[in-house]
Write a protein that binds this ligand. Structure first.
Ligand code: PGA
Ligand code: ZN
Length: 421
């Protein structure tokens, strides 16, 4: 493999889909090949995520500025990598980790390291004259075929993404069609039927949440499921057959010191599991993400034992794309699916390690965006190259979401990639 010499690395504070700052990096190699990438940002964050560096200056962007993180890319990191030759992505990312020296990137900021890591990846892919998905596939040691992931698409939002009008964060639809084009056609049909239903039932216009999902004031949690089922029927599709439902409970955000409070009702972990089991049965759920809180390690195995053979028990806040937490969950049989968010861990190589662990455990792999996104579409290539079973990007509105879906459409139509059933 030819060594990649970094000629230039720059960082810039840009804005994300919530109008908050984030970081973009540009990397130019000595060969002239270059790449740029920007990083997303979460709102419903796990406590164990790598550190997102914010300026904390209340005079700019309410303290959320990313000038220091951008400067870390363009000065601290650039000083350490410009002029150096790297054997590949692993060597470049190792240099970032060595430079930071902490386990959660508290010095440089995961937003700085991820921007640099992804910009280097894009430059390295360009140097190899490869599309990013092929470069990403080449990083995975075991041979595998890049393939299109099945999207789980946000229909209704609640929790931290929608002002908390319902405690469940996402109700998602999972169209079962066998092409990306058909899946997105069905998803938009369901979305528009759901929007019409919200307008008549709740007098709501198309007000959407952070990820573009509809966020009506559901009178009861079951109404959210029933409205989704009704929208699927109105779109001419069969709930549970053509289109399945899934939820991201994001239970950490309604956990209390001694249990949970779901719409004013106090619940023990056991009672919450029973509630989830009822929904799983009544609505044929395909997956449940963060059904329990991120520190409720004691009860996750019971959730997984009770539901894991019928649906995918996904850990997001629980796992934080962190190999140590994934190992703990694997050994405790606490989950059977990983929600992989690269910025939870801070470099592409560490995220790859998390992916490998999930694959080794036989888990489902869901490659996920964040609620604060940019128009960058690298996530689609990553999901394809790393053979994600699913991709979670948000709704079928808003261009920061559609950038990813449209890239998947392009890869299906022009690059001949297929969905695996
Ligand atoms: P976040 O939420 O990006 O706001 O953390 C996404 C999720 O919980 O899946
Ligand atoms: Zn989540």
């Amino acid at each position: 493999m030819t060594e990649l010499v970094v000629r230039e690395l720059r960082g810039l504070e840009i804005l994300d889909s919530r109008g908050r700052p984030t970081v973009l990096a540009r990397c130019v190699l000595a060969s002239g090949a270059s790449g740029r990438a920007s990083v997303p940002s979460g709102a419903s964050r796990g406590a164990a995520e790598a550190h997102e560096l914010r300026d904390g200056d209340p005079r700019r962007h309410r303290g959320l500025g990313c000038q220091r993180a951008a400067a870390h890319v363009g000065t601290t990191i650039a000083d350490a990598v410009v002029g150096r030759a790297f054997a590949g992505q692993a060597a470049f990312d190792a240099a970032l980790l060595a430079l930071d020296g902490s386990s959660s990137l508290t010095y440089l900021g995961a937003n700085a390291t991820l921007a640099a890591s992804l910009a280097f990846a894009r430059a390295a892919a360009a140097a190899a004259r490869q599309p990013l998905y092929a470069y990403a596939a080449g990083l995975v040691a075991a041979p595998h075929t890049p393939r299109l992931p099945r999207p789980m698409i946000n229909l209704f939002s609640g929790g931290k993404h929608a002002g908390g009008q319902v405690p469940i964060q996402d109700l998602l639809i999972v169209p079962q069609a066998d092409s990306m084009a058909a899946i997105l056609e069905q998803a938009t049909a369901v979305f528009h039927c759901a929007a019409e239903r919200c307008a008549t039932r709740y007098g709501m216009r198309l007000l959407t949440a952070d990820e573009g999902g509809l966020a009506p004031p559901f009178p009861a949690l079951e109404a959210m499921f029933d409205d989704a089922g009704e929208a699927i029927v109105r779109a001419g599709l069969r709930p549970g057959r053509d289109v399945r439902l899934a939820i991201d409970v994001a239970a950490s955000h309604f956990a209390t010191a001694d249990g949970y409070v779901l719409r004013d009702a106090p619940l023990t972990s056991r009672q919450l599991i029973d509630q989830l089991a009822r929904w799983a049965a009544d609505y044929a759920l395909a997956s449940i993400e963060d059904g329990l809180a991120e520190d409720d390690w004691e009860h996750w195995p019971a959730l997984c034992t009770q539901l894991g053979d019928r649906l995918v028990v996904i850990g997001d806040d629980l796992l934080c794309t962190n190999p140590g937490r994934i190992a703990r969950a694997r050994d405790a049989r606490a989950a059977n699916g990983l929600l992989l968010k690269v910025n939870q861990i801070g470099t592409l190589s560490q995220a790859l390690h998390a992916r490998q662990m999930a694959a080794g455990a036989g888990w489902q792999l869901v490659i996920s965006a964040r609620s604060g996104e940019t128009e960058d579409d690298w996530l689609a290539d990553l999901a394809v190259g790393w053979a994600g079973d699913q991709i979670k990007v948000g709704s079928v509105t808003q261009s920061e979401r559609l950038a990813k879906y449209n890239r998947l459409l392009e890869l299906e139509a022009f690059d001949g990639l297929c969905l695996m059933r």
